[in-house]
Design a protein around this ligand. Structure first.
Ligand code: SF4
Ligand code: SF4
Length: 180
């Protein structure tokens, strides 16, 4: 059992009815996370993706969650208010069965980090840029058990190890260490 701590929980409430699929959230997320910041924007690198089917009036922003090395054994498909959503539409995982929530060049997993930065932002960038108020930022304090969550770097290394094998990754790191 972990130790109890008070944690600031950050949430973004998504009001799907207000989203018009403009994709400003994707653009600003990718620009904010570009290296250096704002040097480029590519919605393919965003940590939020908007499912868009204009003919069916479907616009659903979905945030990138955890990396998973294995895909599910089945698929889910939702019908809400008579609208049928594509398979896995609401799933947040960076998973082998689809291309979203992965860096387009490296294939490394992407995860929403709530725009962590120093100094902290008053609100995440996607919330600030959503002019339709479809994304609503909220904070609260909660007593939680302290748990170790893998950071972005750990998730990236895990994904590489799944792809190439841990031994090859270790060899590559050793070669890089010798060169530096
Ligand atoms: S910025 Fe807002 S309205 Fe535009 S796609 Fe994103 S969530 Fe939807
Ligand atoms: S909170 Fe920040 S990191 Fe997460 S999707 Fe929005 S802009 Fe991207």
């Amino acid at each position: 059992m972990g130790e109890k701590k008070t944690k600031r929980v950050k949430t973004i409430k998504v009001d799907v009815d207000k989203c018009n699929g403009c994709r400003a959230c994707e653009v600003i997320c990718s620009a904010f996370h570009a290296q250096p910041k704002y040097s480029s924007n590519n919605p393919g690198r965003a940590r939020i993706r908007v499912i868009r089917h204009p003919l069916k009036d479907i616009y659903v922003p979905v945030y990138a969650g955890e990396y998973t090395p294995a895909e599910c054994m089945g698929r889910d498909r939702y019908v809400i208010d008579g609208k049928e959503y594509e398979e896995c539409a609401f799933c947040r995982a960076s998973c082998p069965s689809r291309s979203i929530f992965k860096e387009p060049d490296s294939g490394l997993p992407l995860r929403c980090d709530m725009c962590e930065s120093d100094p902290p932002l008053p609100e995440p960038m996607c919330v600030q840029w959503c002019l339709n108020d479809a994304l609503i930022y909220e904070e609260r304090e909660e007593d939680v058990e302290e748990e170790e969550r893998p950071g972005e770097m750990e998730a990236g290394i895990e994904a590489l190890a799944d792809k190439y094998g841990l031994e090859k990754i270790m060899e590559a790191l050793s070669r890089m260490a010798v060169k530096s």
